[in-house]
Design a protein around this ligand. Structure first.
Ligand SMILES: [Mn+2]
Length: 438
């Protein structure tokens, strides 16, 4: 991501801000896993979007004086011998202006005192309240100081507003550079799924398959996954957010694998469901075919000008009809549609935005009627989950299948960013069979 792109993003936000205002963005805090041992650090997506700085204890302040006059201030870690020894090098104040294209940089430990002077006299402060305690505390203590005249000759902004609606609208439309990273994240995620198919054998544990994916992501330059990998074999596939990944994978089962890598902050998101012994059984194949036809319908229908609502409606109609043919749903088709009867087997949304967050920000509109535009990136992920105790013909009990791709809306349709991960029945069976031979 170039400096120019970060400057462009800040300008896009500044153009929305009122004159005499400031917007504050905070780095994510370090989160402890146990005692003095932290979780791997993940930057706050909005802070990352405007700075590209992957350090905790940092804040960006954008100030708009007038339409023609604005500047930026970064507060970041002070490079001391102590931090250098224990944490390694950090960007520091000297390098920040040239590296991150900010006008000023001050040590993080001075934020409470210094920031007052920048906010003094402004009318509005934009802040995302409730994201984390540290930033809320800093902002409220600054406002308290200013409002109560604790600093002489200083006056406080009288309005606290939220920058999220603007910023999240900006993040929804992906630039060329972002599209490139999402394409690459999709590609590497697909390589992970390819490896999983190549490694899958009966009697391995779900977490071992997870490890194979992780290895492939790492090998291709992505250090982390973009969310907790789901490897659900057998009936675990029916648990939507299953991620214990501790069960032994058995021959005859399906294994649902929902995994994606994170590349420079951008998420991959793919789900595939594979027969462990290499061949879909008749009931597995019957359900799989419905989900496969559903995703293919979704992939064909997503174009600019349509909405997630419209596409979901057509996909749901098709799934309902097909579940009736299998005697899983019965009654009158139109009534079943009206009652959304399919919801008991397909209980999540067909699509979500994807970007710096796996469930990315940006308004879906009322009832998902946001009109799709080129540059939007979203998933297509129909699923059918038949709980072990559902009232359906018994051969279908415990089958859980989801197939998920990520697409970029283009000028005349969409580009499938995860097409490399195989989902066609014959091709999956061939891949599994050739593996046995070799
Ligand atoms: Mn997803």
């Amino acid at each position: 991501m170039t400096k120019k792109e970060f400057l462009y993003r800040r300008q896009a936000l500044l153009s929305k801000m009122a004159p005499s205002s400031g917007a504050l963005f905070f780095a994510a805090p370090v989160i402890m896993r146990n005692k003095d041992n932290a979780y791997p650090y993940r930057q706050n997506s909005d802070f990352w979007y405007f700075t590209g700085l992957n350090e905790p204890e940092a804040a960006l302040l954008l100030i708009k004086i007038t339409t023609y006059q604005d500047y930026s201030v970064l507060f970041n870690r002070r490079p001391t011998l102590q931090t250098k020894t224990w944490l390694g090098p950090c960007l520091g104040q000297d390098a920040a202006p040239s590296q991150l294209a900010v006008d000023y940089s001050f040590p993080w430990d001075t934020i409470s005192n210094n920031i007052c002077y920048f906010l003094n006299g402004l009318r509005i402060i934009y802040h995302a309240q409730g994201q984390d305690k540290v930033s809320d505390t800093i902002v409220s203590s600054i406002l308290h100081k200013l409002q109560n005249g604790l600093l002489q000759h200083c006056s406080s902004p009288s309005i606290v507003a939220d920058w999220r609606p603007w910023v999240h609208e900006l993040r929804l439309i992906k630039s060329k550079a972002e599209q490139g990273l999402l394409r690459e994240a999709g590609h590497i995620s697909a390589l992970g799924h390819q490896r999983a198919i190549a490694c899958l054998v009966p009697d391995m544990y779900e977490y071992q398959l997870e490890g194979e994916m992780q290895y492939e992501f790492n090998k291709n330059g992505a250090r982390f996954t973009s969310y907790n990998t789901i490897i659900g074999s057998g009936t675990n596939a029916c648990i939507l957010h299953y991620n214990n990944n501790t069960k032994k994978i058995k021959s005859g089962e399906l294994v649902l694998m929902d995994a994606g890598c994170e590349l420079q902050g951008y998420a991959g998101d793919i789900t595939r469901t594979i027969p462990v012994n290499g061949i879909f059984s008749v009931p597995q194949r019957a359900i799989y075919s419905i989900v496969l036809d559903a995703i293919n319908l979704g992939l064909a229908l997503y174009t600019p000008g349509t909405t997630i609502f419209q596409v979901t409606k057509k996909v749901t109609y098709m799934i309902t009809k097909r579940l009736m043919q299998l005697n899983i749903l019965h009654g009158n088709l139109e009534t079943l549609i009206e009652e959304n009867a399919v919801h008991q087997f397909f209980m999540h949304k067909l699509s979500h935005w994807l970007g710096l967050d796996v469930h990315d920000v940006g308004s879906y509109g009322q009832n998902y009627d946001r009109v799709l535009e080129p540059g939007m990136v979203l998933t297509v992920e129909p699923g059918i989950y038949i709980a072990p105790d559902a009232s359906v013909p018994k051969e279908y009990l415990g089958i859980g299948i989801r197939i998920e791709d990520t697409i970029l809306i283009t000028k005349d349709g969409n580009e499938n960013l995860t097409i490399l991960a195989e989902k066609n029945i014959t091709k999956i069976e061939t891949l599994m069979m050739n593996k046995k031979k070799s």
